[in-house]
Ligand binder design. Sequence first.
Ligand code: G3H
Ligand code: 13P
Ligand code: ZN
Length: 333
Amino acid sequence: MVSYKELGLVNTREMFAKAIDGGYAIPAFNFNNMEQLQAIIMAAAETKSPVILQVSKGARAYANQTLLRYMAQGAVEYAKELGWEKPQICLHLDHGDSFETCKSCVDYGFSSVMIDGSSLPYDENVALTKKVVEYAHQFDVTVEAELGVLAGVEDEVSAEESHYTKPEEVVDFVSKTGCDSLAISIGTSHGAYKFKPEQCTLDPKTGRLVPPPLAFDVLEGVEKQLPGFPIVLHGSSSVPQEEVDTINAHGGKLQAAVGIPEEQLRKAAKSAVCKINIDSDSRLAMTAAVRRVFDEKPAEFDPRKYLGPARDNMKKLYIHKIVNVLGSDGKAE
Ligand code: G3H
Ligand code: 13P
Ligand code: ZN
């Protein structure tokens, strides 16, 4: 058993309370490798933003859970070395799919876990979430739950269509489970293809696809039922078209990739949404930089020469999100 407190990590309780009061959101960035982690920490330290390092079940299998735990511990020390005296870094399990996975993360030094029972019947979601909360709270680990289903593939939970969260269910769910935050479905989805072209309109000036707006009425309904309770938005990548263009200009083939417009995320960040999940944008930033080097310098084979530019590009993206979209800069001085 390793306590996250020994690793210098924090849970989400205080960061969420401050974010709701201050009208901003905490970035939750997924990581699978050293360059992503370095870029996240450099961006958070430079902007003094609290940050949530997210690890999916797939990332845990890819990178090894022991190594990940030490990487998170190393991240705290690295942040201090960068001049961030009191880093506020949370290590969070993204889309935990069973009690056993969540327990293992609590036991391995995570400071927060998500139990994603959103694809289960309501009562089973309540029962599973409650079981995780009862275990995690013994160690002061915070728990994110989910109600409503996002379209697309949720890690290993698949859903063809989204089912918006029902505001009339949230009070019952939160009081029965004791969860610390709630992920809701208001039209976001995972990945770089969030909307089918037929759901979008075409901007005649740019030739780009414009997606339908998020269901802010559902978010307002949830906020009315649960005033001041931390709400989480998954699937919040914006799919920057410059990165998509760079990828396609250097041999990639991403067609009709569409994300959530940043102005909608800005609006959400000012509400009770206090955690915004971003993974795909980082993947795009990394891929664009690597493809550019491979295409422009075909003789290059030193990984530092293509992973270095990838890291720089991800850092730029993270700083942009923190400063221009979520507004979390300067909140962890
Ligand atoms: O919600 C899904 C995250 O983007 C993680 O994706 O399961 O491929 O690591 P992954
Ligand atoms: P994106 O695919 O939009 O980056 O969403 C990531 C996410 O929700 C991780 O849980
Ligand atoms: Zn997610």
